[in-house]
Design a protein around this ligand. Structure first.
Ligand code: ZN
Length: 463
């Protein structure tokens, strides 16, 4: 296949380390067709990139609508503020979102994710838009809103429709404020198939189960049966809260991850979101099954979820991707920083996610692991700057003050741990530039529409 684009990077992150003078070519399908280090100068026909180049990262878990209240749940009005109090406020915002409002909020969120270095997003999607949209035609309007927002902004998108059918382990139905999230296993399968049938260049389908508390064992089994012949990723929120672990123990006699493992649910398609409160046996069970975890450090900190045992996950060899989840953080550098710093604070040591004989840099180890795990979470073929992987890249701004005077081999350490950092100078998705010289062509109109949407959403105060 003929090269569609040729670029030259002064340095680029290839196969887990920095290489210098790298020529990359993009084929007509938007994938890398060659990656060749060792060119001291840019070949004549190549576009010369101006800073260090990294592959784009997948944001493996998020809910775009939650961008509408980032920064707006930070005041405490009751004796106890925790995940459950936050969730009540989140429900109120969710009820107010029409497809048009969701599109405006998602577009703003996606522009910001691109500027923060995410070139693809796994959307854990349970907004069904209220009862008037829950017929067959309406079932699709929220997905259309997300797809249009992705098309306008240029980000890649894996939409994971969510199995959501009860409010707790011992409930048979949903609370009034959860009714609009309702989707059974057959519905999840139908929506996912419809997304898949689009054969869209940058939008694909995954499957999701909200949590063990929100889906029965029978429904989970039904979804797994329906999906037996596809290799689409399966996402589930699990063990985010200690109360969820206690409730699961009371209802089943097993902890959540333990339950998934004992029911033989886990395999390499599964991506356990949070899995914060997993014990060593559960971590080993996830490793044995070949499943992965998605850690969302800024959200888990913001919601007071707790800290998972990251070194134990790493030691077990479980792939770790990262997610922005509640959208209070929209930059992967911040997520990796907090992933490591949280561990330092509780363990009173440094370099917790490093390994002196293999990976001396926590930033490099977490980033390289996140590349592969994130691509798997999105169902993408290949990852990183490798032949066959989608041609997604980020160019750091060489004038970013955190990079000034640094040895080139330490750039990734500085980008993660020396804050603040500037947005990425250039961002490419599938061989096409979506941000050039810090400018996204859609950014100002997205911001305008977002401000208008916020006025509507917040017309009435949320308590
Ligand atoms: Zn989530």
């Amino acid at each position: 296949m003929a090269a569609r684009l040729i670029v030259w990077a002064p340095q680029a992150w290839v196969d887990g380390r920095w290489h210098f003078g790298v020529v990359l070519t993009v084929d007509a399908s938007g994938c890398w067709s060659s990656v060749t280090p060792g060119y001291g100068q840019a070949p004549e026909q190549a576009t010369r990139l101006l800073g260090p180049v990294l592959p784009g990262l997948v944001d493996a878990h998020g809910h775009a609508f939650q961008r509408a209240f980032a920064g707006l749940t930070e005041q405490r009005f009751q004796m106890r503020d925790d995940f459950w109090a936050w969730r009540d406020r989140m429900y109120q915002v969710a009820q107010r979102l029409s497809p048009a409002l969701l599109k405006a909020v998602a577009a703003q969120c996606f522009v910001e994710l691109l500027a923060g270095g995410y070139t693809h997003r796994c959307e854990f999607h349970y907004l069904r838009g209220g009862s008037e949209l829950s017929n067959d035609a309406g079932e699709w309007r929220m997905e259309e809103a997300l797809i249009e927002a992705a098309e306008e902004t240029g980000i890649g998108l894996t939409i994971c429709p969510v199995l959501y059918e009860r409010s707790g382990f011992t409930s048979f139905g949903l609370k009034p404020q959860q009714q609009s999230f309702r989707l059974d296993a057959a519905g999840v399968w139908r929506v996912a198939q419809r997304i898949h049938a689009l054969a869209h260049e940058r939008v694909s389908a995954g499957l999701a189960i909200h949590s063990l508390r929100a889906a029965s064992a029978d429904s989970i089994a039904q979804l797994v049966r329906l999906a037996v012949d596809v290799d689409w990723p399966i996402h589930i929120h699990v063990a985010e809260q200690t109360q969820e672990v206690d409730d699961c123990l009371a209802a089943t006699g097993m902890r959540p991850v333990q339950w998934l493992a004992r029911m033989n649910r886990l395999d390499s398609r599964w991506h356990l979101v949070h899995a914060t409160h997993s014990d060593p046996e559960e971590i080993d069970a996830v490793a044995a099954a070949g499943a992965s975890v998605v850690i969302c450090p800024s959200t888990e900190a913001n919601l007071g979820d707790g800290l998972t045992d990251v070194p134990r996950w790493l030691k077990a060899g479980v792939p770790i991707s990262i997610g922005s989840d509640s959208e209070i953080g929209r930059d992967w550098r911040e997520e990796f920083r907090w992933l490591e710093l949280g561990q330092r604070l509780v363990r009173r040591e440094r370099g917790v996610c490093a390994e002196p004989t293999t990976w001396t840099s926590p930033a490099e180890r977490l980033f390289e692991g996140g590349l592969g795990a994130g691509s798997a979470a999105a169902g993408l073929a290949g990852s990183g700057l490798r032949v066959g992987a989608r041609a997604d890249l980020l160019v750091a701004d060489p004038l970013d003050s955190v990079l000034l005077g640094l040895p080139p081999e330490r750039m990734l350490d500085a980008l993660v741990f020396s804050s603040p950092v500037k947005p990425w100078r250039d961002v490419m998705v599938a061989g096409q530039w979506v941000i050039r010289d810090g400018h996204h062509p859609f950014a100002s109109s997205a911001a305008e529409r977002f401000v208008s949407a916020m006025k509507v959403i917040w017309e009435e105060p949320i308590t």
